[in-house]
Structures are given as C-alpha cells and as structure tokens.
Design a protein around this ligand. Structure first.
Ligand SMILES: Nc1ncnc2c1ncn2[C@@H]1O[C@H](COP(=O)(O)OP(=O)(O)OP(=O)(O)O)[C@@H](O)[C@H]1O
Ligand SMILES: [Mg+2]
Length: 258
C-alpha cells in the first residue's frame, strides 16, 4: 500500500533522509521510532506529499505521491489521514466543527448538513468524545484533543493513516487508550498505518513491525519481539533509554549538524 523508494531529502547542508526505503503492506501497522530530529515527521510528510524528495519517490496505493500535483495530489491525499504531531485542531472552532472540516472540504462528495452532523457524531462516538462535541479545544484535555484529532482523521474514512506522536504528552493510561483506538480502527476498517512514536509500550502494542530510524534510513526493522531483543547497540541505547552524554554524541547520532 505504501512504498518509499530510496528517497533522499536535505535541508541546506543537513541531509535528513538518505536512500530511505520502506514498504508497508495493506492492513499493516508500521511503527517508526528514532531520536528527536532524526527525520520521522519529514518521512510522514513525504508520504502525504507535503514535502517532495530530492531523489526517489513515494507510491501510495499504486500512485506516485512525489510526482503528483494539483487535483491529482488532492485525490491521493483524500485517501490519507494525517494525525499531526500536536493535534492541530483549530482553536476557534468547536470539536464537532473541527471534525466536520474535512467533510466540508471533500470535493469528491457533496454532503448535506444533516449527513455531516451524523458522521461527526459517529466518529466522535468511536473515540468516546460525543459529549464534547460543542466544546472548544481549549476547554478539553490533551488526551481529549488527541482523540478529537483522531475523529477528524477518521471522518473521511482514510485507507491510510499516518500518526505523528499520537501519545506525546499523555499519561500512561490515556496513551494506552489511544493505542487501543489505533488498533481498533485498524481491525475495523483494515487501514494501513504508519505510527511515529518514541512511546515504546505503544510501539510494541500497535506495531506489526517496528523500524528504528538512524542517519537517514531504517537501521533495523523487525517485529516487536525482534526489536525488544535487538543486539544492535544503537537500537539498544534507544530502547534502554541511555542518556546522550555530549554534544559530540548528539552530532554523531545525526541529531544536529557538526
Ligand atoms: N521544512 C523544513 N525546513 C528545514 N529543515 C527542516 C524542515 N523540516 C524538518 N527540518 C529538519 O529536519 C530534521 C528532521 O526533522 P523531523 O521533524 O522529521 O524530526 P523528528 O524525527 O520528527 O523529531 P521529533 O521526534 O522531535 O518530532 C530536523 O533537523 C529539522 O530541523
Ligand atoms: Mg516529529
């Protein structure tokens, strides 16, 4: 369903992605983990066509996102749900209005007001947020905002969902709740997903496979069990949470420019 074919991307002197390759099968949930600033969000932005690679390409459901523009790109994007790092709800709109946004913008289908209201309630109910429909994002907690953002992603029934740090800033039980939602969405709708996270319990719970990103590509890919037992020193340092001891080490890890 998703094929990342040897993409490279640099911002000025900083090479972020270097011949990155990744294939995600239909219905699969692939977790990308890796250090802060290593290029995880940049990878997701290539999948949805918000960034274009310097070389290589990304194919989603048989279409090249990297070569699509205008209406074609919008059509591909309409099948992809993107849960932004930090939710990105519009603060001046209620939860319900936020969820309705992609439905109102959907050019493939013109929907009546009543139908939009029905879908909004249905998706909010899926994430246990129906009773918060008329609240503003500032009036609900971080965990609720994540769930509202997830309801907005689900509104258009995407075939592919990209989750960028879906549990960042949440307590362990709310994080587990989000993990359950990700799994239940996958089971119910058969969606293909990429989940970017450094939340290890989440990665192990939702990932069919996990890939550790390092120096522009995936250093190691395996099932949760394989990753948990990995002998690779960089993977071990990461999952054991070994501190970064110096600026030199941060540079060596590719997290900052030399
Ligand atoms: N539009 C941009 N212009 C210039 N540099 C960028 C741009 N987007 C990302 N970068 C740089 O690319 C690198 C990777 O960024 P990215 O957002 O993918 O990190 P990340 O792995 O998602 O980190 P985090 O876990 O902190 O979210 C960073 O050094 C960042 O500064
Ligand atoms: Mg990021």
């Amino acid at each position: 369903m998703i094929r990342i074919e040897k993409i490279s991307k640099a911002f000025g002197p900083k090479r972020v992605l270097i011949d990155l390759e990744l294939q995600v099968a239909e219905g699969e949930t692939f977790v990308i983990m890796g250090a802060s600033g290593i290029g995880k969000s940049v990878t997701l932005k290539h999948v949805v066509g918000l960034l274009r690679p310097d070389s290589g390409r990304v194919i989603v459901d048989g279409e090249s996102v990297s070569d699509a523009y205008g209406a074609k790109l919008r059509k591909i994007r309409s099948g992809i749900g993107y849960l932004f790092q930090g939710s990105a709800l519009l603060n001046w709109m209620t939860v319900g209005e936020n969820v309705a946004l992609p439905l109102k913008e959907d050019r493939r289908q013109k929907r009546k007001r009543a139908e939009i209201d029905r879908i909004v309630l249905e998706k909010l109910s899926l994430v246990n947020m129906a009773s918060e429909r008329d609240k503003l994002p500032s009036e609900i907690s971080g965990g609720m905002r994540k769930r509202a953002a997830l309801a907005r992603v689900l509104a258009i029934n995407p075939q592919v969902i990209l989750y960028d740090e879906p549990t960042a800033g949440l307590d362990p039980r709310m994080a587990a709740t989000i993990g359950n939602l990700i799994s239940s969405v996958q089971k119910r709708f058969g969606t293909t997903a990429i989940v970017v996270t450094h939340d290890l319990p989440l990665a192990y719970a939702v990932g069919d496979r996990i890939g550790m990103m390092h120096l522009g590509r995936l250093l190691e890919v395996g099932t949760p069990d394989e990753i948990r037992r990995s002998n690779n020193p960089i993977v071990r340092d990461f999952i054991d949470g070994r501190p970064i001891l110096s600026v030199d080490e941060e540079t060596k890890l590719g997290m900052r420019l030399p």
